[in-house]
Design a protein. Structure first.
Length: 129
């Protein structure tokens, strides 16, 4: 993707990661690299996908991509922004501020927290449904 002033850096941590089912939506995006949040989030198991919530106590692993406005709109549709997930600016360790899709913590009651902060590791360890 050619970098423009309209590009946005997005932190992904679940089904949009490279090799995961929705990564195809990032075809043409520029991978900035692996990234990690500050230890002030929680990653939850929401069944077939994870949910990132603020006001937690874990660092969450993911990747940062630079996307254009059309790709950002496609990601917003996938994530149901603003009705399901909420896209917001967060700070990453050593990577500045990026956009990320957060889930309202109030809708996560009873969902298990992924202590490792890593969706891929969790998938490998998780028992089949």
């Amino acid at each position: 993707m050619k970098r423009t002033s309209a590009s946005t850096r997005v932190f992904v941590y679940g089904t949009l990661l490279s090799g995961e089912p929705n990564h195809r939506l990032l075809r043409g995006a520029r991978l900035i690299g692996p990234a990690r949040t500050h230890p002030s989030f929680s990653l939850y198991d929401y069944g077939p996908f994870p949910a990132l919530a603020a006001r937690g106590k874990h660092a969450v692993e993911g990747e940062v991509y630079e996307v254009d406005a059309l790709m950002l709109a496609a990601l917003d549709r996938l994530e149901g922004h603003p009705r399901f997930y909420e896209r917001t600016s967060i700070a990453l360790d050593g990577a500045g501020r990026v956009e990320a899709y957060l889930f309202p913590k109030g809708r996560l009651a009873g969902r298990p927290i992924i202590e490792s902060g890593c969706w891929r590791r969790h998938l490998q360890e998780r028992k089949p449904w």
